[in-house]
Design a protein around this ligand. Structure first.
Ligand SMILES: [Fe+2]
Length: 368
């Protein structure tokens, strides 16, 4: 029996009788959703699937999901898929239980009433959404990314089954893997870091940095897949406690302007941010490097922060995600506009070294 086959058992533990399963079409086609539904059925839980939403779900997607929930009246929510499925399920939970529209929950702790229990079943090793109380939903009209957070929106159970990640295309493994690695590295150094969040970040770093190249080479390596999935979840727990940094602030405008996929935008900016932060916070990065420097396949302490930045650059290359920013349609004269947008990103405020428009512009320039 794989972990996915225990979904019904966990649903029962939460008192589930009727489950709304939020899954995207790719995950449904891979057969994962059906296995979850069968397990729910064996446990006597009725279910229906909501799949009418997009990647990076919007407020309109959430509205359609809420209409589906109003008809089915679930008492349990299941986000079975990548970050989009889990975020969409959380978004539906806010509006279904507390009314209004998802815009009302932009920010932290805006839901007054109790929310439905939710189980997350990630099929990628990436966002770590299964370990967070935030739903990232974009406004259907302005495309502004709204981070809607409330402790009540956190998943009660994260069901990790590494076999579900094996059907991902190589590119998705690469994109989500680099994103998860960035979560480990960014959370370790943020202004909000705590000894607890750093434990999660350090363990995420060990698991992700040591296994990303391995899963690219051997996609069926279950041990490496397990490490990636657990690492991504730990990195998600670190985000929940310490937020993110400048890499995410720089990546978001690249996605908004040029449609660059999140993981690639992250991979292009992360090494530059490590070098930038490293000039003032060398000690922090070296602590992280030291935690694995005796192990084969990790950067060596003697190579310092530059060794870490190069290690990340090489991984991005192995992932086939490295390219100059001009390749996605960016031009150097767009830099002021991009930097102005990056300066408005919430995540940048948690970066250990301050980043104003001037520094953000400089960091973009390095990626051309
Ligand atoms: Fe990310």
């Amino acid at each position: 029996m794989d972990a996915i086959d225990r979904l019904g058992e966990f649903g029962r533990q939460l008192g589930g009788r009727r489950a709304l399963v939020v899954s995207d079409s790719g995950v449904i086609a891979a057969g994962h959703t059906q296995r979850g539904i069968e397990s729910l059925g064996r446990a006597g839980i009725a279910s229906t699937v909501f799949e009418d939403f997009h990647e990076n779900p919007s407020s309109a997607d959430v509205d359609r999901g809420v209409a589906c929930a109003a008809e089915f009246a679930p008492n349990l929510l299941i986000g079975l898929g990548g970050g989009s499925s889990m975020d969409c399920a959380k978004g539906i939970n806010f509006v279904q239980t507390n009314g209004g529209s998802i815009h009302d929950y932009w920010g932290v702790g805006r839901a007054a009433k109790p929310m439905l229990p939710m189980i997350a079943v990630p099929t990628t090793a990436g966002t770590g959404s299964e370990a967070q109380s935030f739903a990232l939903i974009s406004d259907a009209k302005t495309h502004a990314k709204m981070a809607c957070g409330d402790k009540k929106a956190a998943c009660r159970i994260a069901l990790l089954d590494p076999r579900l990640t094996m059907t991902q295309p190589r590119r998705l493994t690469a994109l989500t893997g680099i994103d998860a690695l960035a979560h480990a590295l960014e959370t370790y150094v943020t202004k909000r870091r705590t000894p607890i969040s750093q434990v999660f970040s350090r363990e995420a770093w060990r698991l992700l940095a040591g296994n990303l190249a391995r899963v690219l080479q051997a996609p069926d390596d279950l041990e490496a897949r397990s490490a990636m999935q657990l690492g991504a979840c730990y990195a998600g727990l670190a985000i929940e406690n310490s937020m993110l940094g400048a890499t995410h602030a720089l990546a978001n405008p690249l996605t908004a302007e040029y449609g660059l996929v999140h993981g690639q935008a992250i991979g292009l900016m992360l090494p530059h941010v490590i070098r930038y932060n490293g000039r003032q916070f060398e000690e922090l990065y070296l602590q992280l490097v030291q935690s694995t420097s005796e192990l084969a396949g990790y950067p060596k302490l003697a190579d310092g922060v530059e060794g870490l930045a190069r290690f990340v650059e090489e991984l991005v290359e192995k992932c086939e995600l490295s390219m100059p920013l001009t390749d996605c349609g960016a031009a150097e004269d767009h830099i002021p506009r991009l930097a102005a947008d990056a300066a408005k990103q919430w995540t940048g405020t948690f970066n250990p070294r301050p980043v104003s428009e001037t520094e953000l512009a400089e960091l973009y320039r390095l990626a051309f």
